[in-house]
Design a protein around this ligand. Structure first.
Ligand SMILES: CSCCC(=O)C(=O)COP(=O)(O)O
Ligand SMILES: [Zn+2]
Length: 210
């Protein structure tokens, strides 16, 4: 388990990676790394910070009741409720949340179905699915304005074998045992959302594509 200082550094590295891809526009997104299991503590970005330019003081140490440990002027992410709900459901070590055009488009396109389905695509291996002809369903939940409700909804929809949940017309939460795992899962889900959306367009434009 990392120390708070190490977890802060990992959070900043994750944010720099996501920002380099344009996945944290206009101060959106929040990122966290677990520091301890029992009791749960984790390092998470402060609310409203520009995640592309995080300073160490923009990453706060919190407990399971979302109380900031230590002194300081900053409030934790407004979406800390989702991080706590996921840490409590899974034994994961890191959670990343980003807003992108393709995860928004895929969530909107398949909102009524409640999931984005990926069939027989190589990149589902990055999500831990190595079986032949794997079918992976990434759940979609409504974008509840009540953030406690959003946290419950994401945790309820989250499946142990698919490390991501889409929030309709908002963004995606992805997680993993380590910050590197969370990052890999995020990259795979972003790729697959773009693929699912473009495949839908291609099929609509050309009945030859099955
Ligand atoms: C300007 S983005 C709206 C809030 C949001 O969805 C988000 O991810 C960032 O919220 P935070 O409180 O973590 O800064
Ligand atoms: Zn958000």
């Amino acid at each position: 388990m990392p120390t708070y200082d190490e977890a802060r550094t990992r959070v900043i590295e994750l944010a720099q990676f996501a920002a380099s891809r344009g996945w944290l526009p206009a101060t959106s997104g929040n990122l966290s790394v677990r520091v301890s299991h029992t009791p749960l503590t984790f390092a998470i970005t402060r609310s409203g910070a520009d995640k592309a330019r995080l300073r160490p003081e923009d990453v706060l140490l919190l407990d399971a009741d979302m109380r900031v440990q230590g002194e300081g002027p900053y409030k934790p992410s407004a979406e800390t409720t989702v991080h706590v709900a996921l840490y409590q459901k899974f034994d994961c070590g890191s959670i990343v949340h980003v807003h992108t055009v393709y995860n928004n488009l895929a969530s909107e396109l398949y909102a009524d179905r409640g999931f984005v389905e990926i069939r027989g695509h190589e990149l589902v291996k990055a999500l831990g699915h190595w079986e032949e002809d794997a079918v992976v369903r990434i759940p979609i939940v409504p974008n509840w304005a009540d953030l406690k409700r959003l946290g419950w909804a994401v945790a309820e929809a989250a499946q142990a074998d698919v490390p991501a949940v889409l929030v309709r017309a908002h963004g995606v939460y992805a997680w993993g045992d380590t910050p590197d795992d969370a990052r890999r899962h995020l990259e795979a889900v972003e790729f697959l959302c773009e693929y699912a959306y473009k495949l839908h367009l291609a099929r609509a434009g050309s009945p030859m594509i099955g």
